[in-house]
Design a protein around this ligand. Structure first.
Ligand SMILES: O=C(O)CCC(=O)C(=O)O
Ligand SMILES: [Fe+2]
Length: 373
């Protein structure tokens, strides 16, 4: 079974493994989570607070407020948030488990991806997402790897769009974040304009479920209740090419930052990229050079590099695993009023950057650039 499962990374369709996991942490109550995080973080963690609002543009990370909050208080809000009657959501999101828990605590989490064919991956190769109802991540595509997502607590909704729908997703690199291409659409509660995609896959995950997200699939993710999930991104051989493209985007965004006002920089960068301003150009060029050297397809043979195992994503025609169960058309507009208080992201400068960093343009630039090397 184990090896067969590994073939899942070759699937071109998302897959759901319902009620697949038997991890002990699935049975943990909120008090146990509280104890775990309280112990390692001096009793406090940094979370993001977002307003529950329907607007045309997504709630970018920049439009949320970072809050240092007591672990106790956070989990108390977590336990009492059941529906969208609150005015805001809290999200302790995108946290590498090894960066917020020490080794002893990590080992209390019996996370093993052997259940999907990757026994060498555990809590330390995983990322955790803990949020109240309404906490969400704007629709995006991750440029590297494929993804296994395990639902641990509560219910979470995933909307998935195939790579072939990219032209309908209005892709943008502003806000810029390495490895994420965002869609300009806001899917929060399905409240804004909806793209004219042929179909979207909507799947609600419950504890014990595992979702496989193939490389290149767009996703919008929202907590339908207070929820905890963990995921692991599996590096793929095709990431080498993506790394070159990401490097070119980084070079361009970095160049555009020169002479920019702080307020404009804030519109351009996702907060986790703020230090891009301080990186010397030379370092970005070196990174690009390194990426190109790695990408000599004819010269490369081994799959083990820098301790990271890379997986070849071969197309599998029929998978032995249950296919996604809920395939629906995209939800319709909801009738919540559109907010008028959305930051206006479009200035001439930002639109130029958006155009130059559009994935279609970067595809051509990368091709031309490689011809020169
Ligand atoms: O759970 C979320 O909010 C986002 C998860 C995500 O984007 C991912 O796992 O790639
Ligand atoms: Fe993602």
């Amino acid at each position: 079974m184990g090896d067969e499962l590994k073939n899942v990374v070759g699937s071109e369709e998302p897959l759901i493994f319902r009620n697949h996991l038997k991890w002990n942490i699935l049975r943990w109550n909120v008090e146990q989570w509280k104890e775990l995080f309280k112990f390692d973080n001096g009793g406090k963690i940094v979370v993001r607070e977002g307003r529950i609002v329907c607007s045309q543009t997504p709630t970018w990370e920049r439009n949320t407020v970072e809050k240092l909050i007591g672990v106790e208080e956070f989990f108390d809000v977590f336990s009492s948030s059941h529906n969208l009657t609150t005015e805001s959501w809290l999200y302790f999101d995108y946290k590498q488990i090894s960066s917020c828990l020490n080794e002893a605590s990590c080992s209390k989490l019996d996370i093993s991806w052997s259940d999907v064919g990757f026994p060498e991956r555990s809590a330390k190769d995983s990322t955790v997402w803990i949020g109240t109802v309404g906490a969400h991540t704007p629709c995006h595509v991750d440029t590297y790897g494929c993804n296994f997502v395990a639902q641990i607590y509560g219910r979470k909704r995933w909307l998935l769009f195939a790579p072939s729908e990219t032209e309908h997703m209005k892709p943008v690199r502003v806000p810029y974040e390495e490895s994420s291409v965002y869609s300009s659409y806001n899917f929060f509660r399905g409240c804004a304009e909806f793209p004219s995609v042929k179909d979207a896959i909507m799947v609600d995950l419950d504890p014990g479920d595992v979702l496989f997200v193939p490389k290149g699939w767009w996703h919008y993710v929202e907590n339908l209740s207070s929820a905890i999930s963990v995921n692991t991104w599996i590096p793929l051989e095709s990431d080498d090419e993506s790394r070159i493209k990401e490097s070119l985007v980084k070079y361009f965004v970095h160049s555009a930052l020169k002479d920019m006002e702080k307020s404009e920089v804030e519109l351009l960068l996702n907060p986790n990229e703020d230090d891009l301003c301080t990186i010397p150009e030379q370092r970005i060029l070196q990174e690009l050079k390194w990426c190109v050297e790695q990408f000599k397809p004819t010269l490369r043979c081994p799959t083990d590099r820098d301790g990271v195992k890379l997986y070849q994503s071969r197309r599998i025609v029929k998978t032995p695993i249950k296919e996604i169960q809920l395939k629906q058309n995209a939800p319709h507009k909801c009738d919540i009023e559109l907010s008028s208080s959305v930051a206006n992201l479009s200035s001439e400068r930002l639109n130029i950057i958006k155009s130059f960093c559009h994935p279609d343009v970067i595809d051509i630039v990368a091709k031309k650039y490689l011809q020169l090397n």
